[in-house]
Design a protein around this ligand. Structure first.
Ligand code: UDP
Length: 233
């Protein structure tokens, strides 16, 4: 049976570093990366973030209440999902968007069995709308959906090479950790996912690979089970 993999992509994957919105070239590039990854015959589900458009706490600015602001963030993930779907279809990759916030005209509602059926038929499934609840993040959605579809492997594509012992953007001597258990990562207070997401990962113990999104070919290497970046187990 092909491996079932859940890939968490931040909204930043759809834009240029430091920019906001959706950038066509970034979109095209990521679609090509995903296309070459699915050629390995894995079953691939993607949880897409929304931070390139709206992040609840950051962008609410104390004016928009937290619940509305988070709801706006979840809607941003739907915008990204539609953009990614379009780019993947352009690249010849069959895709379905399943969303936890119902927008019937645009995408299918999230139904676990439906998601699994699409994966079995070789379609890339894009999970939109996060968990469908405010006060969470799309990292939590990734951990939740990975648990529901019984993913063999979870991949988190990030801006840096993996998990470091301190912030590599602030500390040039920060060391990349190649392999660590969930228990040790929590004990050391390593920040690669929020606490709610980490709690679910710890319970399900799926192998998690955190790797650099910006290195060409990395998604394919990660889905092929190559030990790039950091493995948490
Ligand atoms: N969000 C939410 N519940 C969820 C997932 C996301 O309320 O289950 C909101 C939250 O405001 C978050 C925003 O959607 O800031 C965008 O998601 P996230 O920050 O996880 O996107 P990423 O950083 O991965 O692009």
């Amino acid at each position: 049976m092909p491996k079932r993999i859940l890939l968490k992509l931040s909204g930043e994957a759809l834009t240029q570093a430091g920019e906001r919105g959706v950038e066509p070239k970034a979109l095209k590039d990521i679609a090509q990366e995903i296309k070459s990854a699915v050629k390995t015959k894995c079953q691939l589900a993607i949880v897409i973030g929304g931070g390139n458009i709206w992040r609840g706490v950051r962008d609410g600015g104390g004016i928009i209440n937290r619940v509305n602001s988070d709801n706006m963030g979840m809607m941003a993930t739907i915008i990204n999902a539609l953009a990614l779907q379009s780019a993947l279809e352009d690249a010849g990759v069959p895709t379905r968007v399943l969303t936890s916030i119902n927008v019937y005209q645009l995408a299918e509602p999230f139904i676990r069995r439906k998601a699994i059926r699409h994966l079995e038929k070789g379609r890339v499934v894009i999970f939109a709308g996060g968990t469908g609840n405010p006060f969470f993040t799309t990292d939590s959605a990734a951990a939740l959906r990975a648990s529901e579809i019984k993913a063999d492997l979870v991949l988190k594509a990030t801006q840096v090479d993996g998990v470091y012992d301190s912030d590599p953007k602030k500390n040039p001597k920060a060391k990349l950790i190649k392999k660590i258990t969930y228990e040790d990562a929590i004990k050391k207070g390593l920040k690669f996912m929020d606490t709610a997401a980490l709690a679910l990962c710890l319970e399900n113990k799926f192998p998690l690979c955190v790797f650099n999104l910006h290195k060409k070919g990395n998604i394919k290497l990660a889905v092929s089970g190559k030990k790039i970046g950091t493995t948490i187990y």
